[in-house]
Each structure stands twice: as structure tokens, then as C-alpha cells.
Design a protein around this ligand. Structure first.
Ligand code: NIG
Ligand code: FE
Length: 438
């Protein structure tokens, strides 16, 4: 067999990866392929080989031009995939965070004109440059957690101009930052104040005006709706989603988050790509997700921050469903950019095993974004997106809660993040957005 000539090769690491390039469910969620000491070779942004160190010398040809990363005593995973974020927003809402810490309810803050509407005011007031700048900082946080793909929703504009501004910011961010972004239109996130008392007209505006214009400009791949009591009803959500589907959008849905409205049932009926949150999902809802082939995306950081009950993940996995994990990063219910913390919370409070948490944060998250053939596992032919962790076993990753474990991140075969030296001289080598902009 011809020897591989990689541009970059990671050697000596524990390689842990989902076994398949498609969503894994039920018992399979508890399995990973693990090579105790292995290598991953990359060329032209693609994985060209994976193997054990015993066969490395025979299989891989290393030249002076090859970048060799020694991962001895470290763990190599596929880059993590954050499949639900509200990355782009103006302002911040720390006052609400501390009010909620004192016991005030999230939906009561929203009903009083705060919550999402407070971020809508700040996002409308923000310039495109400001949204891009804050987005770059937040993507930096995510990259240093081993994340290489992030879904980003609009939804803090609630008018066409600002929704477009947010999605333009996502477009610019994906050119300026190595993390790959997946844009979602969430115009149906709250009722705009100017439509008070005539909410049905806002649903019409989304259907008649906003969705077609977002589609025409090619600004979003998915459409999402916040289906919730006092926000978008099941019927209003269905109308918006059906129109979105006709226009070629794929569907995600904020479902059964605070109230068990039947969002999961609707997601199943529409065969949405994902139904997210599901804190209050019913047994019928779980059935509907399975029959509709919908990926449940679980967001334990939101339950953690809002001090709510967690999604019944074990029940879903026992029912034979796959599950994905995501941060829900947003200025209100989850100011949490860390997929690693999410994996720890998933193990601690939803009873996931570390193997399930890793599958949920990689291949299943990728499958929910329709990208399981390209990312989410370490397999020949897939994009070379890798994260290297400074721990000796993958089971240490959710276990060292909140630790700064990520040492190196590789996106499309390029090193895009290297942790600064522990005892360095302050010469920080983090990714610099300027260096790849142009
Ligand atoms: O997913 N639930 C609706 N949207 C977000 C919260 C957004 C916010 O509080 O700004 C969520 O939790
Ligand atoms: Fe959300």
C-alpha cells in the first residue's frame, strides 16, 4: 500500500471517536472507537488516515514539511459541534442574571418587557461592526473549548432590517474566524413591541415578507421558532414552519422549553431536523420525535442557569432516540459558551455516560445540522477538524468540570488554536482574527 504523505499528523494520542458517520441512538450512543495510542493524518483539509502507533511507521511518510503534533499522554477527539446558539446579539443582561439568582422567574422578566426584548433593543441599536466584534470574541471562547462548528440564530431583531444585520454578521464572522458557522433565521423569537395587540399580523409579516427575503438573500439554512406559551402557539409555529419549508429552509424548533405545549409533536409532524430544549416533553412528544426522525438537542446549561428541571435524556435514549448536546449560548437563559461544561452537566444531571456525551457533542450534533457525512468523527475522507485535550483518557473530559483542558484545535487541517504555554512569558498565541481576514 502506498504510504500516506500528510501535511499534518497527530501522533501518540488516545484517539476517541464516534464509530459511525451518521446519528447514533440507543445502545450505540454508549460506544466510541478508541485507539489507545494512535495517529491521525491530514492533507488538503481532509483526514487521510487514522491508525495505531504500531503501524504508523509503515503507513505514514513524514517529510521535513510535515507538521507533526505529539499528543503523547493526551486525547484526540473530533472538533466539538455546538448545534444551538444565539451567538450574535448587542448588549448584555447581567442584571437579570442576578435577579434570577434571587428567585425572579425568566418568563416574568420577559413579560415585563425585559428578557429577549431587552436584547432586541440593544441589537437594533448595535452597528454591524459591533455585532461582528463581539461575535469574534465569543467565537474565541468557543474555539478554546475545542469547538469547530457552531449553529447561530438570529432573533434579536424581530424586524427585517435587524434580522438581516444579524445574519450578515454571521456571514462576516464565518469569513473572519476559523469556526464554521451554520445560520438559522429565528424571526419568531418574541413579539416585537410595535406589534403589541396585533400579534397575528407579525406572523403574517414573517410569512409574507421576512422569510421570502431571507431566502432570496440566501442568509439562512434553517428556520427556527420559539414555540412557547405567550410566545408562538403551536398553530402559529406550524404556519411559519410550513412556509419556511416551502421556501427551502430546513427546520429546527424551540420546543417544550418552559411549557409542554406539544412542540415535540409538531416537530415530529413536520419532520424537523431538530427539536431543542424539551424540558417539558411528554411521552407522546418523545414518540413523535422518533417517528418523525427528529434529533432532540438537549441544552443542560439553560436548565442549570434557570434552575429548572433537566430534559429526560435517559428516557429518550431508552426509547431508542439519538440525542445531541449544545450550549444554547445567549445573553439571557444561557450565557454559557462552554461545550465542555455542557458535557459535564449532561453527565451529572441527565445521567449521560461520557461516551454518550461525546457522541452527543460530535456526531449527533453534526447529524442535527445535516453534516454527519463531513464532520463529527475522525474517519478517512472527513474534514480534518480535531481537538486535542491535555488529559490522558477521554473519560477525564467531563470529569474535570470547568477545567481549561483544550491544548490544540485543528480546523480543516490547520492549527487554529494553541493554548498559551502554562509558564510562559505572556506571549499569547491564541488565534488572531486579523490574520485570516481578507
Ligand atoms: O433558547 N427560549 C428562547 N430563546 C433562548 C433565550 C434567549 C434569551 O433569553 O435571550 C433560549 O433559551
Ligand atoms: Fe435557544
Amino acid at each position: 500500500m502506498a504510504r500516506l504523505k500528510p501535511e499534518l499528523v497527530v501522533v501518540n494520542g488516545q484517539i476517541a471517536t464516534p464509530a459511525k458517520s451518521e446519528a447514533v441512538s440507543g445502545q450505540d450512543m454508549n460506544r466510541l472507537t478508541v485507539i489507545a495510542e494512535g495517529w491521525v493524518a491530514c492533507a488538503s483539509g481532509i483526514i487521510i488516515g487514522v491508525g495505531t502507533m504500531a503501524e504508523c511507521a509503515d503507513a505514514v511518510d513524514v517529510s521535513p514539511d510535515t507538521t507533526v503534533i505529539n499528543a503523547a499522554g493526551k486525547v484526540v477527539l473530533p472538533g466539538l459541534v455546538d448545534s444551538h446558539t444565539h451567538l450574535v446579539f448587542g448588549g448584555s443582561r447581567e442584571q437579570e442574571f442576578y435577579l434570577r439568582a434571587q428567585g425572579v422567574d425568566y418568563m416574568d422578566i420577559m413579560a415585563a418587557g425585559g428578557g429577549i426584548l431587552s436584547s432586541v433593543r440593544a441589537t437594533r441599536a448595535a452597528s454591524l461592526d459591533e455585532l461582528v466584534d463581539s461575535g469574534l470574541q465569543r467565537l474565541g471562547w468557543m474555539l478554546s473549548q475545542g469547538v469547530t462548528t457552531v449553529e447561530c440564530k438570529s432573533g434579536y431583531g424581530l424586524d427585517l432590517e435587524t434580522e438581516i444585520k444579524q445574519l450578515r454578521a454571521v456571514q462576516i464572522l464565518s469569513q473572519r474566524h476559523p469556526i464554521e458557522l451554520v445560520p438559522t433565521f429565528l424571526g419568531a423569537h418574541a413579539w416585537p413591541p410595535e406589534y403589541r395587540g396585533r400579534e397575528e399580523e407579525y406572523v403574517d409579516a414573517i410569512i409574507v415578507e421576512m422569510l421570502p427575503e431571507i431566502a432570496r438573500r440566501g442568509l439562512a439554512e434553517y428556520c427556527d421558532v420559539f414555540c412557547e406559551a405567550s410566545v408562538f402557539s403551536v398553530d402559529q409555529t406550524r404556519r411559519i414552519m410550513q412556509r419556511a419549508q416551502e421556501l427551502g429552509f430546513k427546520l429546527r424548533l424551540h420546543a417544550d422549553e418552559m411549557t409542554g405545549l406539544g412542540g415535540a409533536e409538531l416537530a415530529g409532524e413536520l419532520r424537523a431536523a431538530s427539536a431543542d430544549h424539551l424540558l417539558q416533553v411528554s411521552d407522546r412528544g418523545i414518540d413523535a420525535l422518533r417517528t418523525g426522525g427528529v434529533m432532540p438537542v438537549l441544552l443542560p446549561a439553560t436548565a442549570f442557569v434557570l434552575k429548572k428541571r433537566y430534559t429526560p435524556a435517559r428516557k429518550m435514549i431508552s426509547a431508542g432516540l439519538p440525542v445531541a448536546l449544545a450550549t444554547d449560548f445567549n445573553p439571557g437563559s444561557a450565557p454559557v459558551p462552554s461545550m465542555l461544561l455542557v458535557m459535564s452537566l449532561a453527565c451529572l444531571y441527565m445521567g449521560l455516560t461520557p461516551e454518550e456525551a461525546i457522541n452527543a457533542a460530535t456526531i449527533n450534533a453534526a447529524a442535527s445540522l445535516d453534516r454527519a457525512d463531513r464532520i463529527g468523527s475522525l474517519a478517512v475522507g472527513k474534514q480534518a477538524d480535531l481537538a486535542i485535550f491535555a488529559v490522558s483518557h477521554y473519560r477525564h473530559i467531563p470529569y474535570f468540570v470547568g477545567a481549561d483542558l483544550v491544548e490544540t484545535v485543528i480546523k480543516r487541517g490547520q492549527v487554529v488554536y494553541q493554548k498559551p504555554q502554562e509558564k510562559g512569558d505572556g506571549d499569547v498565541t491564541r488565534f488572531d482574527s486579523q490574520s485570516v481576514s481578507s
